[in-house]
Design a protein around this ligand. Sequence first.
Ligand code: MN
Length: 153
Amino acid sequence: MALQKYKSKRKFTKTPEPSGKSAKKNLWRFVVQKHQASHLHYDFRLELPEDVVTGDIVLKSWAVPKGVPQDFGIKHLAVAVEDHPVEYINFKGVIPKGEYGAGTVKIFDKGKYQLLDIGEKSLKFRLAGKKLKGNYVLFNLEGKNWLIFKSKK
Ligand code: MN
């Protein structure tokens, strides 16, 4: 079920986050949100179908403790988290104390992206943000653990 995990973690009477729906049309957008929760991290999200190849459109999401690298030769851990609704792409604000993800969310960067390749263990895409530009790879190490890095090709 689309977004079931997302919804089960949140009380929409308490959090300003969108309750959200999945969408039918992919606008090929990405966002990086700077999330000052109990630990500072960055959330990287790509607008994609639910199961990456088919299904309704959601934001596939990864928590990146050290942020998305802006230079070549740096690989950062990206931990897959629950799909988020597409409206989340514009979300910034304060998640109240005691709620899931409590803290401040700011938009670090957003823009369009182009999907270049989907492999068994990897996604390749080209980001066209204000800060993040160029080709990137998300490589699945094991389970929820991925690496994100900038790629020369
Ligand atoms: Mn987060």
